[in-house]
Structures are given as C-alpha cells and as structure tokens.
Design a protein around this ligand. Structure first.
Ligand SMILES: [Zn+2]
Length: 322
C-alpha cells in the first residue's frame, strides 16, 4: 500500500487536481508596472500553484494559513523591489501561538514557506496579527550570492497586518513612501505594491500630489479584486485615468532545495557518537524538511557510511531514495 507520508509527490498530485480552480488569467506571476505621469512604480503578484504546493504539504489552522499566504505574497513583492541575486527570507519569530514563520524567495523565482505554532494554544480563525503571533519581530534577510555577510532589517510585530509591517520597513530602511495590500485564501494569495521612485522629490508639490492621488486609487482595491483578477484587468480598473504601463513579468514557482546529501551533512554535524546513539535508540534517523515536509530516513548502515565518507574527506552523495 502506498504510504502518503512517504510519497508526497503522489499525494500532492491528487490534492492539486481536487483544488485546482478555474482562473481566467495566468497566475504564479509577478508583474512590474510604472506610471508615465508620476514618479511611482508598482508590482502585482498572484500565486495559485505555488501556494497550493505550500498548503498541501502541511495542514495549518485557517488564521495561520492566511498569515502565511500574506507573508508569501509579501516576500515575492519585496524580492522584486530589491532585485537580488541570491535569496530573500521573511521570518516571523514570536511568542506564540505562531512561534516561527519563514518564507524564502530566490532570484531563480522560486518560493517556499512554512510555519510552526504551539498546538496547545487556541488559534482564533479570524485572529489579528497580534493574536496569532504574540510579541516578536519580522526579520527581512537578504543573502546575496558570493557575499559573506547577509543584510538584515528588523521590524517589531506591532503593526495591525503584514502589509503595515512592510510599509514600516520601507519607511525606516529605504525612506521610500510605499503602500502594500496583501490577500490570501485557500486557493491563492495576491499582493499589490506601489512605491515612490527614489527620484521623487518630497518638496515637489506635483510629486506629492501624484503620490496622494495614486495611493488613494490603489487603496480602493478589494480583497476579491486582488484574488480574482489578473494584472491587466485589475490595473485598468484601478488606474484607467493614469498612464500605467506594464513592464516585465516573472513567473514564480514552488521549489525546495533540500536533498538527501544536505541531510547527511547535517547528521554528520551531530558527531558520530550522538548519531549512532540516535540510530540505536530508534532504529533509524528520520529527518523531515520543514519547508516541503519531505521525510528522509537513514538506517544504521547509512549512518555508518556518512561517517566513513566524512573521515575520508569526501561528501556523502547518493541518489534520493524515499
Ligand atoms: Zn524540502
């Protein structure tokens, strides 16, 4: 009999077929846009399959799933504003019920995400950000390929929403006026961002007036419009009186870079004695990837082999066998 926990690909395919929804536009995209009549740029993101890949791997309470969805849309929007060559990680660390939430977006246009929470605590379905997370921080980490030190920005979790936290971050770190709207449901997640260009002059009356006008138009966006409309339709609906021009479109997808080799390397860090104690106690070492919930198993012989390989200075390398 097929064990679903051991064969997530099989499980996922069935799940995706059941939850596939008819969208009249191409989802899993990030659309950049600009205003020809104002010093303002924008981004729209919509994720369907990427999101289904995240929520089919672990069952989340509704409020946590909703927050994770907003964090995913936020990570995609943020990564596109900084144009990284590497990865951007959005992380909430808090007192609970949610204790840890991580979303990663890479310059290869891949996303992955997970949340951990205290299962003994009650989680209100429509709880506020404060009720779901308690006290803590939102950290924005950017790891550039080839750079030794990552960049990190931190915002205290005392806003009313993830969108407000992002706005605070942009105000503090970039000194750029930014407005963000994020929305999430069981089918998809979506987000809209508008931002003043660095060339905008805060003392210029025309730039200030343009910002007020376009941010007011943007603020009329409804959750249903974010979730159900494609970029062209939504932007036309919001900005048909402006000169809004679509720029590049990026396709995003779920991907996790965990591997049997990486897990073996982690086991080698335990030290031979502790690893052997663990395998003697349980019969094997089981490691689950937090991001994709893939389970890796190492029996006694395989653990012994990790340390033989390690002592010979070569890296454990084996095809994934689940
Ligand atoms: Zn993984």
């Amino acid at each position: 009999m097929l064990d679903e926990a051991l064969c997530p690909a099989f499980f996922l395919e069935n799940f995706m077929n059941e939850t596939r929804v008819a969208l009249s536009f191409q989802s899993d995209n990030l659309q950049r846009f600009i205003f020809d009549n104002a010093e303002i740029r924008g981004e729209w993101v919509h994720l369907h399959e990427t999101w289904q890949n995240v929520i089919s791997r672990r069952e989340y309470p509704p409020a946590i799933q909703n927050l994770l969805g907003q964090m995913m849309a936020a990570a995609a929007l943020l990564a596109a504003t900084v144009k990284i060559d590497g990865r951007l990680v959005l992380q909430i660390k808090s007192s609970g019920p949610v204790t840890l939430m991580m979303v990663e977006c890479t310059s290869q246009n891949t996303l992955r995400a997970f949340a951990q929470w205290d299962e003994d605590e009650e989680i209100i379905d429509n709880g506020s950000l404060a009720e779901i997370t308690g006290e803590g921080n939102l950290a924005i980490t950017i790891e550039m390929d080839g750079a030794n030190t990552p960049y990190q920005g931190i915002v205290s979790l005392d806003g009313g929403s993830v969108a407000e936290l992002l706005q605070t971050y942009f105000r503090q770190s970039e000194q750029l006026e930014t407005q963000v709207w994020l929305s999430s449901n069981a089918h998809c997640v979506a987000g809209l961002l508008i931002q003043q260009l660095p060339s905008a002059d805060e003392h210029n009356a025309q730039d200030a007036e343009s910002w007020n006008r376009i941010s007011q138009l943007s603020a009329t966006v409804k959750d249903s419009e974010l979730l159900d409309l494609g970029a062209g339709t939504l932007l036309h609906r919001l900005f048909h009186e402006e000169e809004c021009r679509l720029l590049s479109l990026n396709t995003l997808e779920f991907a996790c870079n965990c591997s049997r080799e990486r897990v073996a390397n982690t086991i080698s860090l335990l030290g031979q004695q502790d690893a052997m104690n663990l395998v003697e106690e349980k019969g094997n070492i089981e490691v689950a990837c937090e991001f994709c919930n893939e389970h890796y198993y190492f029996d006694k012989n395989e653990v012994v082999f990790i340390f033989i390989e390690n002592s010979e200075g070569s890296v454990f390398n084996s095809e994934t066998v689940h």
